[in-house]
Write a protein of this length. Structure first.
Length: 283
């Protein structure tokens, strides 16, 4: 008994000697985990930073999150989104910068708010005067419940994406778009003045964005001269020829692409060139 009391006293003395600083070093898991997501959008990025509470058996919308009130859209500090350039959000222009994402959930319509104040804790200090943008979205009902609050990206193209907010059985979303064409076209023009000319990526951009298809063909031919045994160049040349209306040329190029890909054991470009060959062979 005395020995046990001795050990207890020793432990107490050690804790006291360690002081409160040692206790402060203990790490506890947060109730709502933090997440940072970066998504490429064209030549720049969009970044989300938010905290993710879980349902844990609770009623969320109309319960934990009241209808008709401003919500931080997550937990802890308001969710935040950073745009590296001017973008269009739900049809409205928004300058580059970081914005807090707040919402006003309701059964038939949500209001999404982009606030210039992205550092506020909760929505307690929210001020409408700090709004950059407000717009309405229609919620949809999910068949399967989302246990942990989620903001994610979907429907990503070279100049647009969709941001989705999902929790419990509710989902809302909105589109973000960029117009980078003028910047990219200017950079192509400048690069073509240099010694290392980006023939293939420039041809691809012209093809994908409905630019001068004859210029695209001229550039892909230059890329082919530099690497005549590359099945991926044959593939892109065949696509460009097909778009230019030269089915016979596209078929010949794609057929050669298949042969090169087979010889190199490249099944991906056997398939891709084969698909273009099939399209070009149709009457």
């Amino acid at each position: 008994m005395k020995r046990n009391l001795f050990y207890v006293a020793l432990i107490v003395l050690l804790v006291v000697a360690m002081g409160p600083e040692s206790v402060a070093q203990i790490k506890f898991p947060p109730a709502s985990s933090a997440q940072k997501v970066t998504q490429g959008l064209g030549i720049n990025d969009v970044q989300l930073t938010y905290n993710r509470p879980s349902m844990r058996g609770r009623k969320i919308f109309g319960g934990l999150v009241p209808y008709g009130e401003v919500w931080r859209t997550g937990a802890n500090t308001v969710s935040a989104i950073t745009f590296a350039e001017t973008v269009t959000v739900a049809g409205h222009q928004v300058p580059a910068g970081t914005y807090g994402i707040l919402t006003i959930p309701d059964q038939k319509e949500w209001t999404v708010i982009l606030s210039k104040n992205s550092q506020q804790w909760g929505s307690y200090s929210y001020s409408e005067d700090e709004d950059q943008l407000r717009f309405a979205v229609t919620p949809t009902t999910l068949a399967d419940a989302v246990e942990t609050f989620t903001i994610d990206f979907s429907d990503v193209t070279t100049n647009s994406l969709r941001i989705n907010i999902s929790w419990e059985n509710t989902k809302v979303g909105f589109d973000v778009k960029v117009d980078q064409d003028a910047v990219i076209m200017a950079s192509i023009d400048e690069a073509m003045k240099g010694e290392e000319k980006p023939y293939l990526p420039a041809a691809q951009y012209y093809y994908n964005n409905d630019k001068d298809i004859n210029k695209a063909l001229e550039w892909v031919n230059e890329a082919e001269k530099a690497n005549d045994k590359a099945p991926y160049i044959k593939y892109w040349k065949a696509l460009i020829q097909l778009k230019a209306g030269d089915k016979e040329g596209a078929a010949a190029t794609a057929k050669r692409g298949v042969e090169i890909a087979k010889a190199g054991g490249n099944s991906e470009y056997v398939k891709l060139n084969g698909e273009v060959l099939e399209q070009a062979s149709k009457r």
